[in-house]
Design a protein around this ligand. Sequence first.
Ligand SMILES: NC(=O)c1ccc[n+]([C@@H]2O[C@H](COP(=O)([O-])OP(=O)(O)OC[C@H]3O[C@@H](n4cnc5c(N)ncnc54)[C@H](O)[C@@H]3O)[C@@H](O)[C@H]2O)c1
Length: 320
Amino acid sequence: MIRPRLAAMRALVTGGAGFIGSQLTDALIAQGATVTVLDTLTSGRRERLPENLDLRQVDITDAPAVTAVMEEIRPEVVFHLAAQIDVRASVTDPAHDAAVNIGGTITLLEAARTVNARLVFASTGGALYGMDAPIPSNEKVPPAPEAPYGTAKYCAEQYLALFNRLYGTQHVALRLGNVYGPRQDPAGEAGVVSIFLGRVHDGHRPTVFGDGTQTRDYVYVGDVVTAFLAASTHPDGGVWNIGTGRETSVLDLIKHIGQAADHEVTPVFAPARPGELQRSALDATTARNDLGWFPVTSIAEGIERVYVWVRDGRPDRATS
Ligand SMILES: NC(=O)c1ccc[n+]([C@@H]2O[C@H](COP(=O)([O-])OP(=O)(O)OC[C@H]3O[C@@H](n4cnc5c(N)ncnc54)[C@H](O)[C@@H]3O)[C@@H](O)[C@H]2O)c1
């Protein structure tokens, strides 16, 4: 399998019109890569992408269409970020979640095989490790997802590993923490930063479910993008946690948001949501050792950047 330098890379980014995918697309172009985006624009937006970018409005579950794009573009690397990302929707309709998040990934793996391309897959760390996982959780902790979304992502990871064994490929899965940053829609796994900042900017009080002591590993989108770039040129396949190793509680978030907005923020408290994890943080020591990756953006700095983006009217093409 060819391992290109970023500067000469032909890349296909599925979900490239989304929050993380569009930031990754910008970074790849900045490094000199040639990028095609494959996206249904379900939650993604054309406006997030450079005007002349090659966008194919194709569903990852449409095998003939995906294969046709793959054979035309002949990418060396497929950054696979297209997904059904709504955890609660996965509980309501697990079959649809599995069709997109498992079925779609298998379709891509098969299509990638026809052109000898490598997959770098956006898995989840935040929705994979269970209630009793040690904190921070490393990759050796047995997954125990609390929702079909996490189960489907884990299953897709298993297909990547299976293809690596069957075909000698070097596909990669990155288990992301709760990613936040500019361009994030107020939905998905970590939309809380975007939701809270929007509420505060509009002069409203954010709603906290439960007592606000529940923690997550919030990782800035710019740091996640550098992890994708590092993984794409690493010689081996594998599974890496991508997080800060730090727990940030909802109450901590509120405090940082108050600092960014320059006034005290008092939340409204609502009953805890059933099935919600109390604690989550990812040990990313293996990514540091293997990929040379580590996050550089503090939560205060990241929230400040999202605040500026919200204040500026949430532009699609704001930089990270
Ligand atoms: N945001 C997070 O905190 C987080 C955490 C862990 C993992 N992830 C994973 O990272 C990836 C990107 O997440 P995001 O937050 O940027 O979400 P997003 O919704 O902004 O991006 C997903 C993109 O995929 C597209 N898409 C959806 N279904 C599709 C389909 N069937 N075919 C083709 N395109 C389709 C959407 O239009 C959208 O542009 C996802 O795989 C998600 O599961 C995100």
